[in-house]
Design a protein around this ligand. Structure first.
Ligand SMILES: [Fe+2]
Ligand SMILES: [Fe+2]
Length: 165
């Protein structure tokens, strides 16, 4: 059974590849195809972490509350940039600007997650729990294929922490 942190790292690698592919897109059709899939994956990934990873980390991490509040704030910035991109024609200056913001915010966030939140999680989660959450992660993706029944709404970081601590 896959460990949840391995599944998360797989997604992170896919995000980096997705943004790199956008650099190589030569027309709007290509840009749209790459961006639509990437944006949806980014949005689902954030929801999955908020449903499965962070409720554990906020309770058990050494610095769980701060790491969680930071992560929710970062997810909000990424969500906002994705929503902003949807307001503009693909390939326009405003679209590239919003996509660039999503890329920058995401790169910063992945580094924090990989260097701080996930190490903290690994220190406190048993092998069994990591496998169980990995199973829930896969189920979540199955149940929310193409983002079905996910609102992709920003969450107040402090409220999220208060609700889950
Ligand atoms: Fe992540
Ligand atoms: Fe995240």
């Amino acid at each position: 059974m896959d460990d949840i942190t391995a599944l998360i790292l797989d997604d992170h690698a896919a995000f980096r590849r997705g943004f790199a592919r956008l650099d190589d897109a030569r027309d709007e059709q290509e840009m749209l195809a790459i961006w639509d899939a990437l944006a949806l994956h980014l949005d689902i990934h954030a929801e999955a972490e908020e449903a499965i990873l962070y409720p554990h980390l906020v309770k058990h991490g050494d610095d769980g509350e701060d790491e969680t509040a930071d992560a929710i704030g970062d997810h909000n910035k990424i969500r906002d940039a994705i929503a902003e991109a949807k307001l503009h024609p693909v390939g326009s200056d405003q679209w590239w600007e919003a996509v660039g913001t999503a890329r920058r915010e995401n790169s910063e966030h992945l580094a924090e997650e990989e260097d701080e939140a996930l190490p903290d999680f690994r220190r406190h989660a048993s092998t069994e729990l990591r496998a169980e959450l990995g199973q829930r992660w896969l189920t979540f993706y199955g149940e929310h294929k193409n983002g079905r029944n996910l609102p992709f709404r920003d969450k107040d970081p402090q409220q999220y922490v208060a609700d889950h601590r």
